[in-house]
Write a new protein. Structure first.
Length: 63
């Protein structure tokens, strides 16, 4: 099982224990774990979301 810890400018930490290839699932997982609105998500991660998803997929593919 892959684990990744994120820390962004909003000051929250996110740990995702299991990753799927579905980008929306990743976003929903983050949102549910942190009780964030979509606006907060965008401010906190912005364009990094795409990079994050690609990285998570690479980690998952190598496990």
């Amino acid at each position: 099982m892959s684990r990744i810890l994120l820390s962004r400018s909003l000051g929250f930490h996110i740990e995702i224990a299991s990753i799927t290839d579905d980008r929306l699932t990743v976003l929903e997982s983050i949102q549910q774990q942190q009780h964030l609105s979509l606006g907060e998500m965008r401010r906190g991660f912005g364009e990094d979301l795409l990079k994050l998803t690609v990285r998570l997929q690479a980690i998952q593919g190598s496990s």
